[in-house]
Structure formats: C-alpha cells, structure tokens
Ligand binder design. Structure first.
Ligand SMILES: Nc1ncnc2c1ncn2[C@@H]1O[C@H](COP(=O)(O)OP(=O)(O)OP(=O)(O)O)[C@@H](O)[C@H]1O
Length: 246
C-alpha cells in the first residue's frame, strides 16, 4: 500500500517541552486509522502539524503521489491540497437549513473569484442531495441545523467537509457526546468513507475504536508506542503500562 501521508521524524517543542518527539508513521490512500494515546500524548499537535497550524522544529510531512512537502504550504493550501479536519465541536450554521449549510460548503470549495459570481444550479442541488444522503441526512435537508441532534450536527459537518472532496479526513473524537445509536451510525459512516479516502480518527473511547475495526496507532510522549490491531496493541506491555501502570 503506497502512502498518502508520510510523517517522518517530526519533533516540536513548546517552551522546551517536546510535545512531538521524532514521530514517524504513514497513512495509506484508502485507509481507516485510529490514533489513540493518553492525555498529552501529542494527538492534537500531530493534527495541528499535518494541517499547517503548527510548524515542526524538524522532520518531514510528505503528501500524495509526488511526495510534496506540506511544510511548505499554509493552512488554506493544505486544505485545498485535500486534507479536511473535523474538530470535536460541530461548527455548523445553526440558523441555516441542512441544505443551506451543505450549499455554503460547496460554494466555499470554489476559488475566491468563482465564489463572487456563484449561483446555485441544478448541479448544486443534486450534489447537496448526494452529500446529505452520504451522511445519513437525506430526510433532514429542510430542517434548521440548530434543531438537529448532536450526532446529526456532526454528520452534517462531515458532509460539509466532503463537499471539499478531501483525500484525507482527520476526525477528532467523533464519539464524544453521541448516543449509542449515533455512535453505531458514525462507525458505519467512517468505515464507508474510508473505502475511497483516508480517514484518521483520534479517539479516547475504546469501544468506539473497537467498532472501527482498523489499524491503531498508539501515541505516547509524542512518538509511536505501538501499532497494529486494537487487540495487538492492548496486549503490548508498554501500552498497558502507559494506560494502567501509573
Ligand atoms: N501551544 C502549546 N503550548 C504549550 N504546550 C503545548 C501546546 N500545545 C500542546 N502543548 C503540550 O503538548 C503536549 C501534547 O499535547 P496534545 O494536545 O497534542 O496532546 P493530546 O494527545 O491531544 O492530549 P488530549 O488527549 O488531552 O487532547 C501536552 O503536554 C500539552 O500540554
């Protein structure tokens, strides 16, 4: 499997403290990956580096078939290169309908000049319907986003990210605050999305990670501590010590 994203030997310090310490790993083009690790392991900082929010002090972050360096791009360029990030709290426009939120996301997908002269077309309506269907909101398109459940808002935001046709989706703690039924639907959604793009899920909830049924990368002190199936990594004595041994 060729890598879509390769993080190679990155380190970053904050006030002399190494939050990321020689971190290396890669993600395939159509792969679902869970990233776990105790508080302060460096999971958020890893996502900040990949999306251009934080610059590493050393190392390389390579992207795509031609291995371009993401460290040369700013946040907007990285997003346009095909990396979408879903933060923990949904940030949808609550006063707008589901369809309008998705329409705005499609509009934002165009260049700044195209946006100025943009008018919704039949194509847009079709694409909005497709996106709503993809995230399980086909029967909710006329509802105000503010009326949706927490889980539905998360799916809407994922739909808005999909409007940008990302090749890699970084998803931060999707299970938090969801009902059991919503979690199950979210697992199904993330697995399906990962059939055609890379999806990296940072998550604390081990039941949720188990349901994702994918390769797991365990971070600790800013580096990879273990990697493999959830069963494999949870049998690893180092992982057991990090999670339980203090
Ligand atoms: N901007 C910053 N300035 C100073 N220290 C920071 C900064 N960002 C992160 N850190 C520190 O770097 C370490 C890694 O933080 P990070 O947020 O990446 O961990 P995490 O694995 O996402 O943790 P959590 O599971 O609690 O969200 C922590 O010790 C944190 O306090």
């Amino acid at each position: 499997m060729s890598a879509l994203l390769e993080v190679d030997g990155i380190s970053v310090s904050f006030d002399g403290f190494k939050a990321i310490n020689g971190l290396s790993f890669s993600i395939g083009a159509a792969e679902l990956r869970a990233v776990i690790g105790p508080n302060g392991a460096g999971k958020t900082t890893f996502m900040d580096i990949v999306t251009g929010k934080t610059r590493p002090d050393e190392g390389r972050v390579l992207w795509g078939e031609t291995s371009i360096s993401l460290l040369k791009l700013n946040e907007a360029q990285i997003a346009r290169a095909g990396i979408g990030r879903k933060f923990q709290r949904p940030t949808v426009f609550e006063d707008q309908s589901v369809a309008d939120n998705l329409t705005m996301a499609l509009r934002a997908n165009r260049g700044p000049f195209a946006v100025l002269f943009w008018k919704p077309s039949r194509d847009t309506a079709r694409r909005v319907a497709e996106l709503a269907d993809e995230v399980g909101l086909a029967d909710q398109t006329d509802r105000r986003a503010g009326e949706l459940s927490h889980g539905q808002k998360q799916w809407l935001e994922i739909g808005m990210l999909l409007a940008q046709e990302p090749r890699l989706l970084l998803v931060d703690e999707p299970a938090a605050g969801m009902t059991l039924a919503e979690r199950e639907q979210t697992t199904t959604l993330l697995k399906r999305l990962a059939q055609t793009r890379a999806v990296v899920v940072v998550e604390h909830d081990m039941d949720f990670v188990r349901r994702l049924d994918c390769k797991v990368t365990v971070l600790h002190q800013g580096a990879v501590l273990a990697e493999g199936s959830l069963d494999h990594v949870t049998r690893n004595p180092d992982v057991i010590e990090v999670y339980l041994g203090r």
